[in-house]
Design a protein. Structure first.
Length: 207
């Protein structure tokens, strides 16, 4: 999977001048975070020599306090539970090549976004942006696709994803029935929304 991504991204980046923004999209638990981190690290290998950093969309999760206020706590992870306009603004800053941009990340320990933890200096050649909703066509999300030079869609068998998602909810403290309910009711509803956008990607990879 990593090699397939490198086979596409490396010649693409070398064939362009300036910064390249690569998106990795796909349903929950497809392996986007793992692939984006591995890709960013591999691009910096001495034999490739492309400075890179991974920037996750998950850094734009609304806070749990705000989700409670909006009545969206039971839908956390859905498109409307992110600061999508803020995410678009960050992408525009990254494309503009500002001297130094700080991107947020999401903590799976705190279950909250943390601001200013990913420094992106202007010298970085390839930015790997990872997230569920990079290819949506409504609201502020609709601006994202045009801010990405190349988008890889990462898929995985449903049973593999669902097992991983259940383990994720168990780790948060839910019991097994609660975890299974969350996955079937929330995560898989989001997965259906994301799957409908896969035809907008440049390449589809399957885990």
């Amino acid at each position: 999977m990593l090699q397939a991504a490198l086979d596409v991204v490396v010649p693409f980046a070398r064939g362009r001048q300036g910064r390249v923004v690569v998106g990795i999209c796909g349903p929950p638990a497809a392996g986007k975070s793992t692939l984006s981190s591995a890709l960013a690290e591999a691009l910096q290998d001495v034999h490739i020599g492309l400075s890179s950093v991974a920037v996750p969309m998950d850094g734009f999760h609304l806070s749990n306090v705000e989700l409670d206020r909006l009545g969206l706590a039971d839908r956390k992870g859905a498109p409307e539970t992110f600061d999508s306009a803020g995410f678009v603004h960050l992408l525009r800053r990254l494309r503009a090549g500002e001297d130094l941009v700080y991107a947020p990340a999401y903590s799976r320990t705190l279950h909250e976004s943390i601001g200013g933890v990913i420094p992106v200096p202007s010298s970085v050649r390839v930015i790997v942006v990872e997230g569920n909703y990079l290819l949506l066509e409504h609201g502020p999300w609709a601006s994202v696709r045009d801010l990405l030079d190349l988008v890889l869609y990462l898929d995985a068998p449903d049973e593999v994803r669902q097992e991983s998602l259940v383990r994720r909810q168990l780790a948060k403290g839910l019991d097994l029935p609660e975890a299974q309910d969350w996955v079937s009711r929330s995560d898989e509803a989001n997965a259906s929304v994301i799957a409908a956008t896969r035809n907008r990607a440049d390449l589809i990879l399957t885990r």
